[in-house]
Ligand binder design. Sequence first.
Ligand code: FMN
Length: 241
Amino acid sequence: MNITIVNGTEQKGCTFAMKELFLCAMGDGHNISEYYLPRDCPVFCTGCKACFFRSIVVCPHSEYTVPIWDSILKADLLVFASPTYVFHATAQMKALLDHFGTKWMAHSPEKPMFGKQAVIVANAIGQGMGKTAGDIKDSLDFWGVARTYVIKQALFQAKWDNVSAKRKAAIGKRCEKAAAKINSKKRVTPHIKIRWLFFIMKTAQKMIDKTERKAGRESTADYRHWKDNGWLDGKKPWRDK
Ligand SMILES: Cc1cc2nc3c(=O)[nH]c(=O)nc-3n(C[C@H](O)[C@H](O)[C@H](O)COP(=O)(O)O)c2cc1C
């Protein structure tokens, strides 16, 4: 399996340890590409919207964002790992995800995403890991990622060495369960929520285009993307060649 990992911290701490537990459960023989934030994308989205109007390759930060997106596109499995900072994913994780807003189903999603699986690894000392996972899951769902599994845990310790053996074993079990599900899938089909989002966004594209035409404006780049893929005429990104 091709696995792309995005770490929301450069610390080799609890998040790193949980992610390693998951990788261990996945077994050997995978082709892994790994990114650490902020090192591999140390920039904020400027809001220029070049990606929305043209393409991600004209992003002023394309030297960072394009290699990561290409790796995501090539992967069978995506792993996003983040500690909780003030009840949310780390700012550097959010900064990376902002750069890929154009890949949301509300804009120009990519067909390969509808055949991918993903794992979110999130932790906190006490509270907030649900929102941390949610911050990441919003992007994965709207990119069209078919299946996403969440491994989240309150650790009640700041150092992995001090986390109890019982808690580590419980995390390990959850990692094994997620890995078993992922490895057992022969053919990945999108969860009903993803298919529902696709249907809503397809309807939205048609409505937006009607408004644009009425106002005498050209169809948007997003509309053309949906049209060119045949998705406004019955094709499904997870079914049709
Ligand atoms: C800036 C910052 C904010 C944090 N905010 C929270 C929080 O809101 N809730 C919580 O339970 N822990 C919070 N923590 C603790 C971390 O989530 C926790 O220690 C985590 O395991 C750190 O992961 P790491 O060892 O991979 O760096 C915060 C830590 C930092 C550095």
